[in-house]
Design a protein around this ligand. Structure first.
Ligand code: NAP
Length: 303
């Protein structure tokens, strides 16, 4: 059973953490506390369940409480922006923040999701340059990932979301950054019905190398529907899921069964976390310690 090392917390311990709703599934506390311990830093990382109506008050409390750095998870990555003092280039471009740096009493928003996701692809020798990307979801994580993929040379983006306006907003942002990018968007709600025919127009296999990415939470709960109809999955595709628990989601298992290459969300968790760690501590992240903590968390923790 997991036993937090409370005895090593003293009056001098500096606090980091994550705001989310829900947050109990997060492996970030395990990963960051293992990294702090490995580098003998007097820091601890805590989960804070912050519901959307309380986000502004929680953000305003960061400086008075002396919290030194934070991560944000769903559903706060976009909503947090008006409460911050500055944004990094990536956060500005994506319109989403997953990391807050506290610097001289200023709150600076960063986005390490995109670089973290691409690092997880590169680790598997997948270079997104020239790819068509089919992105399921258009929320905070999707924004960071989409912007970074376009910067790394993805040629086409197909955005599929339940709320079409949100997909349209992301499409507009991508086009404003890269006017020559081919972008389309489709509405699909897989919880209610599988809208096969409108989908098929946008996602047929074709000749283009394709990367399909699930950025919705569908697949975290046992009875969730698949976020994409499995009959459209092609053996030539790379299929990635941002969900890291379960490590192999039903979508990844279906893709593997079709012969596609799969990428789990654990690599992104690790690399976006390592980048956040470096922003906060200015130290090189102990990546293998963090990887081991994530793997241990996945194999031993109940969601
Ligand atoms: P978010 O901002 O709340 O966005 C969620 C997205 O999923 C939206 O596009 C939303 O559609 C869609 N969605 C939610 N519930 C749905 C449902 N029942 N059916 C269809 N679509 C649904 O959340 P986020 O911050 O982007 O996070 C999304 C997921 O990525 C979470 O599972 C999170 O754990 C994961 N994530 C993983 C990592 C990692 O390091 N591996 C990093 C970041 C995020 P609407 O626009 O229609 O509401």
């Amino acid at each position: 059973m997991f036993m937090p090392k409370l005895l090593s917390i003293t009056g001098k311990t500096k606090v980091f953490g994550i705001f989310g709703d829900p947050v109990s599934h997060s492996l970030s506390p395990l990963m960051h506390n293992a990294a702090f311990e490995a580098l003998h830093l007097p820091y601890c990382y805590l989960p804070f369940e912050v519901a959307p109506p309380g986000l502004e008050r929680a953000i305003r409390a960061i400086i008075p409480l002396g919290i030194k750095g934070l991560n944000l998870t769903a559903p706060h990555k976009e909503a947090v922006i008006p409460f911050l003092d500055r944004l990094s280039r990536e956060a500005q471009k994506s319109g989403a923040v997953n990391t807050i740096e506290v610097a001289h009493d200023l709150l600076i928003g960063h986005n390490t999701d995109g670089r973290g996701f691409v690092a997880s692809l590169m680790e598997m020798n997948i270079d997104p340059e020239g790819y068509r990307v089919i992105l399921l979801g258009a929320g905070g994580a999707a924004r960071g990932v989409a912007i970074e993929l376009v910067e790394k040379g993805a040629e086409e983006m197909v955005l599929i979301n339940r709320n079409l306006q949100r997909a349209r907003n992301l499409a507009d942002r991508l086009i404003s950054l890269s006017p020559r990018l081919k972008v389309s968007f489709l509405e699909a709600d897989f919880e209610r019905s599988h809208l096969h025919s409108p989908l098929s127009a946008g996602v047929e296999a074709g000749n283009q190398t394709t990367l399909l990415i699930n950025t919705t939470p569908l697949g975290m709960k046992e009875n969730d529907p698949l976020p994409f109809p499995p009959q459209f999955l092609d053996p030539s595709w790379v299929v990635a899921d941002l969900i890291y628990r379960p490590q192999e989601t039903p979508l990844l298992l279906a893709a593997q069964k079709r012969g596609a290459k799969i990428v789990s969300g654990t690599g992104m968790l690790l690399h976006q976390g390592a980048l956040a760690f470096e922003i906060w501590t200015k130290e090189k992240a102990p990546i293998e310690v963090m990887r081991a903590a994530v793997q241990k968390g996945i194999s031993t923790h109940q969601p």
